[in-house]
Design a protein around this ligand. Sequence first.
Ligand code: BGC
Length: 813
Amino acid sequence: MEQQKRYGHFDDQHREYVITDPQTPWPWINYLGNEDFFSLISNTAGGYSFYKDAKFRRITRYRYNNVPMDNGGRYFYIKDGDTVWNPGWKPCKTPLDFYECRHGMSYTRITGKKNGVEASVLFFVPLKKWCEVQKLTLKNESKEVKQLKLFSFEEWCLWNAATDMENFQRNFSTGEVEIEGSTIYHKTEYRERRNHYAFYHVNAPIQGFDTDRETFVGLYNEFADPQAVMEGKPRNSHAHGWSPIASHYIEVTLQPGESKDFVFLLGYIENEQDEKFEALQVINKKKAHALIAELDTTEKVDKAFAELCALWDNLLNIYKVRTGNDKLDRMVNIWNQYQCMVTFNFSRSASFFESGVGRGMGFRDSNQDLVGFVHQIPPRARQRIIDIASTQFPDGGCYHQYQPLTKRGNNDIGGGFNDDPCWLIFGTVAYIKETGDFSILDEMVPFDNQPGTEVTLFEHLKISMNHVINNLGPHLLPLIGRADWNDCLNLNCFSWDPNESFQTTENVSEGTKAESLMIAGLFVVTGKDYVALCKKLGKTDEAARMQKAVDAMIAAVKKDGWDGEWYLRAYDFYGRKIGSNENDEAKIFIESQGWCTMAEIGAEDGMVAKSLDSCKKYLECEHGMVLNNPAFSKYIYEYGEISSYPEGYKENAGIFCHNNPWVIIGECLAGRGNDAWSHYAKILPSYVEEKYQTLHKVEPYVNCQMVAGKDAFKPGEGKNSWLTGTAAWMWYTVSEFILGIKPDYDGIRIDPCLPETATDYTVNRKFREADYEITIHPNGQQKGVKSIVLDGKPVDGTVIPYAPGKHVVEVTM
Ligand code: BGC
């Protein structure tokens, strides 16, 4: 194997990934912010900020797919004599004497050194505050006095990130700013319908500023050599229209050994309609002043930072494992959980692959994300469930996406994705098992956010199940609608027009025979959960009704969903098999193998074992399991987008990491620990990090959505990092099925599935008001708990009954 260059390493003690070379194979980013104010930041300080919604409240501008890559961000220019440099290397790219970027839990610290000066910037969003802090520390490590000229830089976005990129006939005339002391205010459109503005402040006197981009940069210059910086002379420009920016100019003198802190604040403010102005056209700055006052000293900033770190200490204290395998422990204890929180916050909206303008929160995505963070912040999970259910329709169908700012269903995409309703059961059950809070089922939740339409959440779950039952096809399998989990398997779309979207064009439901085995498996899994829930609630008739539907589905899969060695994937519009040995290409698909093995359909007849073996034989490769095999080599009109991708990418035989865990869980349920582990380790970032930093390209500390599959031009190349259901599924898989610590209604079920090589390990799990220390002794077994001892007393069965307080548990396999 070719030795791959490394660009960084894990620092587990500080829960950081340390990047030591700025020229990573792709920008390696991090996320700041936890509730309302968010930022994306790359290892060279590129990226942008927004308030709640990356489309409608974009605060700073970012240009995707730019040349050079990742151009634009929060930049500090340091002019030391004739040398101009940035602590994050970009945009000047002046070679640094030292560079380091530490991505941590909701913060990033970038340090550069040049000619005896160290510049270190800590970026974070303080808890409950609408701002990004940039604490810059300048230190003179040389023996001479340093006279530095410091320029800050941010470029404002005109709020709506979509129109900001296209409506130039208007945009070039609307930009407005105000300058007051060391604060630059951005107030475009504030004079009319906006009640919000942004500001960029520094807690030091300034000797100049700029707010007009062309004046600062120069029309024929670039971010790498802004005229004002190169000449060491700010222009004190006022933006009127064109492109407003914010740049402070500060002259800094540093004695040998001396260091100085500067706190820069990028803030966002909302005012009530009748309190918008101080005077004609003068914005009311009261709230801005107050926010600035909360963070205007190093001490205040350090305190806010300590609070953020404490939050993460608490969040990561809820589930902690010690296996002795650093690569596993760091993913379970730090990065997997962190990625889950980020996907919860951002859904699929804003990353370096998702431009923040295209998509809101997904119905299915958000429900899946829930299992990744429900143990950490149950109240927010609860709210999320209610928000999601509120976008459902009375027949159980639902909007495929909703906008986070308004919480309204997204009309551009609409509904008709027939797997969506089942996910509501999945998310809700996970929430109740974690918290024991059955009261959520009594919450009154509207349809399509229409007041007056409220029914209980339980009713929403019921109609979700019914939606599947009411939409069965000729083989009594679920009709697929626009698509199931695989947004790109569009069996009712039939498009020859490249200007149409596969997802929203024509959902020919009249006469369709297109059925999905993926939904069939999902229905059985969530149906069993629903039945158990009904029994728990004493709703025995409803439990019996749904058990019948589940049994019927199992029978339908066995009869018409089995291809001999694996489960079929679907039937097309005309009722022809998809994912069958009879097909020329794409004979086998992963989704139905995952869901039908998770549902254990036909386990007693050997179907599960055969399906899992087929995954190993046909789907597995060095970098994980591909989605389908062989890849499609041509566009198939009846299949839609899936066949539009070149071989090995995305839904056409890419390794769609999201669905690998389904098969891994199938393996775990079947007790095949060695196989489960080997699939898992192939897509575990810490293992990839060690071997493939250059090939993989994207961030080595988180999962990406897709790794190019075995049929691709470059197998192993990763894409679409960060925002992916993979995060929650990897977490669910390892925490509950591999390590085997499973929240249940009445306690914690212990049911690990491990490779034979596993040694003793301990999990510290906080659960409701209890604190368990669980030590597992695998004894070379892959599956099967022999005995459990709770606080010195043997337990019957595999569930540790819930009781508040501290407990010690010993498990022997
Ligand atoms: C979407 C998911 C979808 C998956 C497979 C992702 O980009 O967010 O909702 O299930 O692609 O098509």
